[in-house]
Design a protein around this ligand. Structure first.
Ligand code: FE
Length: 129
């Protein structure tokens, strides 16, 4: 069994675990590209001590490149934990991240999100240069 077999995918409009990638369809070479990745765009994912999104990893595969490039790892670490007990805490982080990158080649942005009880979910978005 390969890890890829455990990465699920679906339409984010119907499945709350799929990361949504918002970025331009086309950019100019070397232009800084702002990318937003996050869940909960169509359906809010739970954000409790017992059930939450832990992280989203974002990668880029340029056309005709054998390898994938790691763009970033965004972790969401507060989910209502408190000394008094689960969900008693005042602080939560939400499953959203914004960053910038640039590329001289077109390719595909990949995002993988991890839910602490429902595993790995992926999506992708093509960028033309
Ligand atoms: Fe979940």
């Amino acid at each position: 069994m390969k890890i890829g077999e455990k990465i699920q995918s679906a339409d984010w409009k119907n499945e709350k675990h799929v990361p949504v990638i918002e970025a331009p369809d086309s950019v100019t070479p070397g232009e800084w590209v702002e990318v937003r990745v996050g869940l909960s765009k169509a359906i809010e994912h739970p954000n409790t001590t017992e059930h939450h999104i832990r992280w989203i990893k974002v990668m880029f595969t340029p056309d005709d490149d054998k390898f994938v490039y790691d763009l970033g790892m965004f972790t969401f670490n507060a989910h209502g934990e408190h000394a008094a007990g689960p969900n008693e805490g005042p602080v939560h982080t939400r499953d959203q991240a914004v960053f910038q990158f640039k590329t001289s080649k077109p390719g595909i942005i990949h995002a993988v999100a991890y839910c602490n009880i429902h595993g790995l979910w992926e999506s992708s978005k093509r960028i033309e240069v």
